[in-house]
Design a protein around this ligand. Structure first.
Ligand code: CP3
Length: 345
């Protein structure tokens, strides 16, 4: 690797294709469990500088990557808002459900003091990681945070959240506006601490009723980017409107993000043709393709993605997080295919 991801994608158009993986720091790496043994409470884990630093750097021991994503969780904002966030083994997150029209959430919290360990870990990592490696900070998008806060847990259809949108629209928008500020604050803290790229995960954007997509996804993201720029934070922002279908066309023109992460269902030829050409693209490889021990299609599919994206500013990545059963050798193989491809073009 000769140049940073930032230069490759956000400054010099069409140079070689950089690579990193969503959820690269998690449970598919055996040592993750040893690190996790040190702190069984996941929130405390995300507040422990030593463990954040070790988890963030863990994938770098295995893989030749262009970026590290800071180890944290999108639910650290609801945690900071005192929504009683807990992670239970084999169940996932649970929170105290927010009742529509409840105004208790509208209080001023200081993310900067509550997320001090995150800030310190980023500063330490930026000082100690090679300059050639980009460090990514992130936050959940307001809609996705609202989904967990209202539902109180994960869900297949987030029916209570959607019901709240229809029954209490004005209240819902107040919640979104509050979250916009907290997301912008969290991203600003990370950029000031040294993150070179910021990513906004809208993991449940496919739950937004289509007529509310502007109100719940595009406008909040644009406002967050505006707030960051008005506070003189100019690092690139990657948006991830997961499975949002054709709505990503408008998102690409109006959300003000610098790069769009594409899930594995997006047709790349369609995306190249229809998405804003000023916006870089990332992702699309199905993380499930990294699970089988032997697959004839993996190499072929990686090459197809590379061929399609070679004239577009592109970051190679999966279309959603690596799963715990993905194989380290497959991840290594994908990296080597991308590196060799870069040498040829
Ligand atoms: O490598 C990395 O990207 C690590 C950092 C990271 C985590 N969560 C650590 C984590 C990131 C970027 C996230 C983002 C996140 N968290 C999202 C958006 C991305 C996506 O997957 O759509 C969402 C929706 C969450 C919320 C969340 N956190 C859930 C639903 C769960 C439980 C289910 C699951 O995936 O394990 C978590 C816990 C969590 N966050 C773990 C990790 C490594 C597993 C904790 C453990 O069991 O040790």
């Amino acid at each position: 690797m000769s140049d940073t991801l930032i230069n490759q994608v956000f400054q010099n158009k069409n140079s070689s294709i950089p690579i990193w993986f969503l959820r690269q720091a998690g449970r598919h790496i055996p040592e993750y469990f040893q690190i996790r043994e040190n702190e069984k409470n996941f929130i405390n884990f995300c507040l422990n500088e030593d463990l954040i630093i070790r988890s963030t750097t863990l994938p770098l021991k295995y893989y030749d990557l262009d970026a590290a994503i800071i180890f944290s969780d999108i639910l650290m904002i609801p945690w900071a808002m005192d929504r009683n966030v807990k992670f239970t083994k084999n169940f996932g997150p649970s929170l105290k459900p927010l009742i529509p029209n409840e105004t208790k959430f509208l209080k001023n919290i200081s993310l900067s003091s509550k997320l001090e360990p995150l800030k310190n870990s980023i500063s330490f990592l930026r000082d100690n990681l090679p300059k050639s490696l980009s460090l990514i900070g992130f936050a959940g998008a307001p809609w996705t945070l609202a989904c967990y806060m209202i539902e109180g847990t994960g869900s297949k259809d987030f029916i209570n959240t959607r019901k709240a949108l229809w029954s209490s629209f004005k209240w819902f928008m107040e919640l979104i506006e509050t979250l916009i500020i907290y997301v912008a604050d969290k991203l600003e803290i990370q950029a000031r601490a040294g993150a070179d790229i910021l990513m906004i995960f809208d993991s449940w954007s496919h739950m937004i009723p289509n007529n509310f997509f502007d109100d719940c996804a595009i406008n909040p993201t644009a406002k967050i980017v505006d707030i960051l720029r008005s506070r003189k934070i100019f690092v690139p922002v990657i948006g991830f409107p997961f499975k949002a279908g054709a709505s990503i066309v408008k998102y690409s023109f109006e959300s003000k993000v610098d790069c769009i992460a594409l899930d594995w269902s997006v047709n790349l030829s369609w995306a190249i043709k229809n998405l804003n050409k000023e916006v870089a693209l990332q992702g699309n490889l199905d993380p499930a393709s990294l699970i089988p021990s032997e697959s004839d299609y993996l190499r072929e599919n990686v090459l197809t993605i590379l061929d399609k994206m070679k004239d577009r500013r592109f970051i190679f990545n999966v279309g959603h997080g690596l799963t715990p059963d993905c194989k380290i050798d497959n991840v290594k193989e994908v990296i080597s295919i991308v590196r060799n491809y870069n040498k040829k073009v």
